[in-house]
Design a protein around this ligand. Structure first.
Ligand code: DQA
Length: 144
């Protein structure tokens, strides 16, 4: 069965409490429950992780090589700064979808820059938690 890693970066553990006017009131645990239901519907396996640490995220991407067919990555603020994460995706040679809850292009200019987009299949942003469903559907289709 196709397996997809959904990796969430810094501060996303606080989803539901953190700036709800920007990120909504759905918690990360609720997003995971939703993703597991989507995965069952799509006939894929999903592993869901979160870390506040760039190196831990890089390790998770390396470990995904040959184990998961795809990566859905909400790298949080590291999206805009991390050449390390970008290189990890290139090194792991894993199809990656960049994901954000908010529409980063309608926000501060520093959020318009993405190192992840340079090595991603595509980018989904601005649809809140529903973006995770959209990303899973796009990844399942890509891996068919
Ligand atoms: C985010 C957008 C990033 O700019 C921000 O740093 C986050 C969350 C999003 O999901 O909208 O932490 O990735």
């Amino acid at each position: 069965m196709t397996s997809v890693l959904i990796l969430n970066g810094p501060n996303l553990n606080l989803l539901g409490q953190r700036q709800p006017e920007v990120y909504g009131r759905t918690t990360l645990a609720e997003v995971e429950t939703m993703c597991q239901a989507d995965a069952a519907r799509l006939g894929i396996d999903v592993q869901f992780q979160q870390s506040n640490h760039e190196g831990v995220m890089i390790d998770a991407i390396h470990a995904a090589r040959g184990v998961h067919g795809g990566l859905i990555l909400n790298a949080g603020a590291y999206t805009h700064t991390s050449i390390g994460l970008m290189d990890a995706i290139s090194s792991a040679e894993i199809p990656t979808i960049e994901l954000h809850l908010s529409n980063v292009h309608a926000r501060e200019p520093f959020r318009h820059q993405s190192y992840i987009a340079k090595v991603a299949l595509g980018v989904i942003c601005g649809f809140g938690p529903h973006g995770y469903t959209l990303a899973l559907e796009a990844m399942a289709r890509h891996l068919e």
